[in-house]
Design a protein around this ligand. Sequence first.
Ligand SMILES: Cc1cc2nc3c(=O)[nH]c(=O)nc-3n(C[C@H](O)[C@H](O)[C@H](O)COP(=O)(O)OP(=O)(O)OC[C@H]3O[C@@H](n4cnc5c(N)ncnc54)[C@H](O)[C@@H]3O)c2cc1C
Length: 364
Amino acid sequence: MEKRIAIIGGGPGGLSAAIKAAESGLEVHLFEKGEIGSGIKCAEGFIDTLGVLEKPAAGVLFKVGRVNFFNGRAHFVNLPENLGLWMIDRATWQKSLAKRAARLGVDIRENCLIEKERLSRMMGDYRFVIDASGAPSLKSKVYGFLPDYTRNATLLAQYAVEGDFGFVGPNTILVGYEHRYIGYYYIFPKGPDIANIGVGRFNHAKKNRGVRLKRELDRLLNHLGLRDYRILNNFSSFTPSIGITRLVWGNVLLVGDAAALCSPLHGGGMDMACLSGRMAAELIASNQVDRYPQRLWHMVKKKFIMERRIGQLWRLFGNPLISCVLKSPELVRKIIFNKPPLPQLISLIPSGGNITSRCNPFAK
Ligand SMILES: Cc1cc2nc3c(=O)[nH]c(=O)nc-3n(C[C@H](O)[C@H](O)[C@H](O)COP(=O)(O)OP(=O)(O)OC[C@H]3O[C@@H](n4cnc5c(N)ncnc54)[C@H](O)[C@@H]3O)c2cc1C
């Protein structure tokens, strides 16, 4: 019991936690409701926003060399060589993480859905349980904090589309925005003839009330002349950011989307899932779980404060602000890959309206 931990969820958060825990000498049981790498809802752009992660060990399709910020016109931003942004095949990547975890001795049980009652039993059977079940987390279903996940969420609709995506450009992803709502759209090619195309809108922007994303996505395909392309799959979902104020519930720790760690600006969350999973496992192994909320906030606070500010400005001033930002490729680079020195960057962005630099939301 002393060294036994359970992990619920075989996504990036759960798998990263499993590897780190096994490396730290813990006995790990990981439970995944489906098969590892199945049912993924993602645009598959792995972005290392803190500049601390290694290149994904498998599934890399290409390193993104430039971003086409599309604003009626194309604004190409070339990315420096040392910036970590890769298009990946997530299923391949996650399967390789699972293999690595298994080699380290992690007991992975697929097709094993954990329900509320089982979670209660697990809390007695294991020293710690890491809830990496995504959003809303399994734990939230027990304690009823489900609405916290949508409080600061970005809602998304996405198609995987087959067709000719040569127009996006080699090693390039396209991000654009519409005037009809506060949000963005993206074309993330996985190769010359397949791409993830999606639209996202901030859940809490007033202007977005009544916007139906699926309709916007169809409109986008028409607008871009992609109407006849073959749609391979489609889904709607959301990315939660900083809505959960409590990360440790008894001996259960929340990581990744379960901890609402997606970017408040662009919704990306794979990097935070990996980092929080590793951190939770490391702190369990060193008997310092009580430090988890504080440590995690320390790691992410600059990124989140800045991204929230930009998101709030976007909602306040609308798309003209984005047009203005796009005129400065250097600012765009800093915003996406908020490399230090962040304080200077934050000071570049004017304050206004009800913009606040929130203190640690996990402190409660
Ligand atoms: C449309 C869309 C596009 C996105 N694009 C990007 C992107 O381009 N880049 C990026 O970085 N992020 C992106 N994200 C966010 C990213 O997908 C998540 O941040 C990331 O997957 C979080 O990883 P996780 O391990 O915390 O959770 P998940 O990936 O959700 O993994 C949770 C796992 O737990 C399993 N599970 C759930 N409940 C149970 C249960 N009760 N019992 C057992 N197993 C369970 C699930 O099957 C799943 O495998 C996108 C999200 C969406 C919705």
